[in-house]
Write a protein that binds this ligand. Structure first.
Ligand SMILES: [Mn+2]
Length: 356
């Protein structure tokens, strides 16, 4: 499918829109669109509602979109890298706001939302995506054997290119970084580009400086050309420091890893389980290096984060059984009250009052 076909049903804000609400979640793929929207809508005030930390807090998002004051306050709403519930989508249509919002997502779970005129969910990039002109953050004219995957960021670049052809130069300084963000988020960097390290550098930079400084760096690129160096010496130093801290933390945490046999969707699987609150990526890598398992689970204060290296498993399907979702290789399950209660019961099972 090409860009024109993919985005034809979507509306677009006026190029002079005054106030935009951007809803996403907190990771590089969620934050990169802030810089893209800032570049494209130069005179607009962009309000960020970044809900959920790598998770999809659908309820928080629904609360914004099922509140009439949101629609009065903002000229246009972008939802990127996330999806709303079908109930919220119905509300938007029923109240006539569907020309005032665009939702771009690449999560399998969101596919049913393609039924709505303001939603575009695609895991594959359009065949004429800007991604095909870039590799490792640099322009490239090499042809590829396989199709590239879309991320929230790449869908937004392709959408803006399609809907604002006259203004497309406004985001030129961001294209290389947008390709890095997308390539990392979709695992194209592993599956197509042999773990080219610069993709991971960008991801680490995001976590080393946290979201706002990441957005600031990207916004400094607005109006600039392709940078000579993608990262400055200071930025690389910040990444190196964080790498050290992360490795130390991950090694201290994985000592507490439990490997358990569990019945997952009718099949017996080995599950490696640990609790951690930061450096999840490094904790997962350390677990994978140390323990053999089908599913790696890290429990944080927000919920369970799941990873697998087993291509036969689809963690998105698994997580959906427990109220979560994500991608085949990486997914999350929110830790609701019910799950917490049964966990506590499980721990104290049969030991009430000290009598067995
Ligand atoms: Mn994403």
């Amino acid at each position: 499918m090409n860009k024109k076909e993919m985005f034809s049903k979507l509306s677009r804000p006026s190029v002079n829109v005054k106030r935009i609400l951007h809803i996403t979640h907190r990771d590089a793929d969620g934050y990169m669109p802030v810089a893209l929207l800032t570049a494209m809508f130069k005179d607009a005030e962009i309000t960020r509602a970044h809900v959920g930390h790598q998770t999809h807090d659908v309820e928080a998002m629904n609360a914004y979109l099922t509140n009439e004051s949101t629609w009065q306050e903002f000229g246009f709403v972008f939802v990127t890298d996330m999806h709303i519930s079908c109930e919220a989508a119905e509300y938007i249509v029923r109240n006539g706001h569907d020309r005032q919002i665009v939702m771009l997502d690449h999560h399998e779970k969101a596919l049913p939302l393609n039924a709505y005129s303001f939603c575009c969910v695609s895991m594959t990039a359009p065949e004429d995506s800007f991604l095909y002109g870039w590799k490792a953050g640099r322009r490239c004219d090499e042809s590829l054997d396989a199709a590239r995957k879309s991320a929230g960021t790449s869908l937004l670049v392709d959408y803006l290119d399609t809907k604002f052809p006259e203004q497309r130069d406004r985001i030129n300084g961001l294209r290389g970084y947008a390709e890095l963000v997308s390539g990392y988020d979709t695992w194209d960097w592993v599956n197509m580009f042999n773990r080219e390290p610069v993709y991971n550098t960008l991801n680490k930079f995001f976590w080393a400086v946290k979201g706002d400084a990441f957005v600031d760096k990207m916004c400094r690129q607005i109006g600039a050309g392709e940078p000579e160096e993608l990262f400055t010496g200071d930025e690389l130093e910040a990444i190196r420091k964080r790498d050290e801290e992360a490795a130390e933390y991950a090694n201290s945490i994985i000592k507490y890893c439990a490997v358990v046999d569990c019945l997952l969707m009718g099949v017996n699987r080995k599950v490696a389980f640990v609790m951690a609150n930061s450096f999840l990526q490094e904790v997962f890598s350390a677990m994978m290096d140390t323990y053999e398992a089908d599913v790696y689970v890290v429990m944080t204060e927000k919920g369970l984060s799941l990873r697998t290296l087993n291509k036969e498993l689809n963690l998105n399907t698994l997580a959906q059984c427990y109220g979560g979702g994500g991608h085949p290789g990486a997914a999350g399950i929110p830790l609701g009250t019910k799950l917490m209660e049964s966990l506590v019961r499980c721990i104290f099972m049969g030991k009430e009052g000290g009598n067995e």
